[in-house]
Write a protein that binds this ligand. Structure first.
Ligand SMILES: [Zn+2]
Length: 130
């Protein structure tokens, strides 16, 4: 009974908190993508966690969709900081980690989308000068 109360119950609660935060993160991606007219083709789970397969959309829409997940976590972290600290801390870690622009994170997807915006702007400026 003591083992259950000290080890197993907190682990189960932490897993539920983590699952809830990840589901909200992915739901934010899907919601913003749908809001911006990007068709979501598939939602799945891999060894790296849940993922969505969607149309690329415009660079701005792509960046907004990529940033929606981490921003939702950061907002939840702020809202729940004093009420549910474990939930808030997990959301903070998830949000900040996903904003780091390294292989495959939302931050890297947003950065690529911003670069596409800059390339498109440079092409448009070049075309306007001709
Ligand atoms: Zn994400």
């Amino acid at each position: 009974m003591v083992l259950f109360l000290i080890v197993i119950l907190p682990a189960i609660l932490y897993a539920i908190v983590a699952l809830l935060a990840v589901l909200i993160h992915e739901a934010a991606h899907v919601y913003v993508a749908t809001l911006l007219g990007i068709r979501v083709k598939r939602i799945g789970i891999s060894w790296r966690g849940p993922f969505i397969v969607r149309e690329q959309g415009t660079p701005v829409a792509c960046a907004c969709t990529a940033l929606a997940g981490p921003i939702s976590n950061l907002v939840l972290s702020i809202l729940f900081w004093s009420v549910a600290p474990t939930f808030a801390q997990f959301n903070l870690v998830l949000g900040v980690f996903n904003l780091i622009p390294m292989g495959g994170t939302d931050g890297s997807h947003a950065l690529l989308a911003f670069r596409r915006t800059q390339v498109m702007t440079a092409v448009q400026i070049g075309a306007a000068r001709k």
